[in-house]
Design a protein around this ligand. Structure first.
Ligand code: PMP
Length: 369
């Protein structure tokens, strides 16, 4: 008896180009071991929780006023973190922030994509890139990877030169396949691209490859490097994504962003969490070691894990990946069916969670191969 429930989506005057599409939908299920959305498995330490709570309490006293529209203090903190992490002198004028890097990427497409324009990505990659393109009515141009899911830099650059997309997405390390894109391949893409190249570095903290932030000074009118606090920073629930680029790129995003998009509590909480960056990022090394252990063990069990520079691993082969996904779920382990034939993706969790996943894998190896 829900009000208005007799009207279906198909009855609504929806835009034609959105008809028949599916929303982003990683299942959120209440199971003991959740390894399906590439979160950091370690909850924030008590000092961070206390600091965030105090910062939000202070912000609560100002809630009758709109927050700082340009989030300058937060951008200064993010710039300081990036400068320390990359060795490149990043100013707050090089940094922009929003509610998750998904919102950052949407703003990029609102400014540089749109009707009559196109965005290109190398698939399989992050499923939100084409969804954001659809929402902004940017034509989506899928381009291939090698059979082993790595990016063929020369081929990628040739495709970009030929198709001339307004926006190119390069995910490094790539989700869901795991490999980082070497800087020489990024240069080839930047040289070939007529428009914007977005390097999505959501997982960059998990690898040792230098950040594409090093390339901003060389390609200021082309490159945008997007980042997030959702993964290495263990702040997925805080919803804070950001980017580094030339100041003029940020001037472009100001034209499309909603005023006051980052709430005062969000800005305060993110700043407090950043003060604990050293402790939070301490988990990164342990997660990378666990990843290597999981990969080695999957190999011993007879699976073929794909090389990963991130906090997740794509592995196969399954004769029926979806049936295998269900069997993991039946064993209390939620992983991800990303729609790649014969493969599933597992996020690296705590050692105990990874053991539970590996135990379930052992039981599965004969049943599903
Ligand atoms: N980029 C990539 C490659 C991702 O995997 C994700 C999260 N799954 C995001 C961006 C978006 O993350 P968030 O909006 O939480 O910053």
């Amino acid at each position: 008896d829900v009000l208005g429930a007799d009207v279906a989506l198909t009855d609504l005057p929806l835009r034609d180009d959105l008809r028949g599409r599916s929303p982003y939908g990683a299942p959120q299920l209440d199971v003991p071991v959740r390894l399906n959305t590439n979160e950091n498995p370690y909850p924030p330490p008590p000092e961070l929780v206390a600091d965030v709570a105090e910062a939000v309490r202070e912000a609560a006293g100002t809630l009758h006023r709109y927050p700082d529209r340009d989030a300058v203090a937060l951008r200064e903190d993010l710039a300081a973190y990036l400068s320390g992490a990359t060795g490149v002198a990043v100013s707050h004028r090089n940094v922009w922030a929003a509610n998750g890097s998904n919102e950052v990427l949407q703003q990029v497409l609102q400014a540089f994509g749109g009707p009559g324009r196109s965005a290109l990505g190398f698939e399989p990659s992050y499923s939100m890139h084409p969804i954001l393109a659809a929402g902004t009515r940017t034509d989506w141009l899928p381009a291939p990877r090698r059979a082993d899911f790595s990016l063929d830099g020369a081929q990628a650059a040739a495709i970009v030169a030929e198709r001339r997309p307004d926006v190119v997405f390069v995910t490094s390390p790539n989700n869901p396949t795991g490999q980082v894109v070497p800087q020489q391949d990024l240069r080839a893409l930047l040289d070939a691209a007529p428009g914007i190249v977005v390097v999505d570095e959501a997982y960059i903290e998990f690898c040792t490859e230098p950040s594409a932030i090093e390339l901003i000074d060389e390609y200021p009118a082309k490159i945008i490097v997007s980042r997030t606090m959702s993964k290495a920073f263990a702040f997925a629930g805080g919803r804070l994504g950001y980017l580094a680029a030339a100041p003029a790129m940020i001037d472009a995003l100001l034209l499309v962003r909603l005023p006051y998009h980052l709430s005062a509590p969000t800005q305060a909480a993110a700043r407090a969490a950043l003060r604990h960056a050293k402790a939070t990022l301490g988990s990164v090394r342990a997660l990378a070691d666990e990843r290597d252990r999981v990969v080695a063990r999957l190999g011993e069990l007879g699976f073929s894990p794909v090389h990963s520079d991130a906090n997740f691993v794509l592995f196969g082969r399954f004769s029926d990946a979806h049936a295998a996904w269900q069997r993991y779920l039946d064993a209390g382990v939620l992983i991800r069916d990303v729609g790649i034939e014969g493969h599933l993706r597992v996020t690296i969790g705590t050692p105990e969670e990874n053991d539970a996943f590996l135990a379930a894998s052992k039981g599965l190896v004969d049943a599903v191969n």
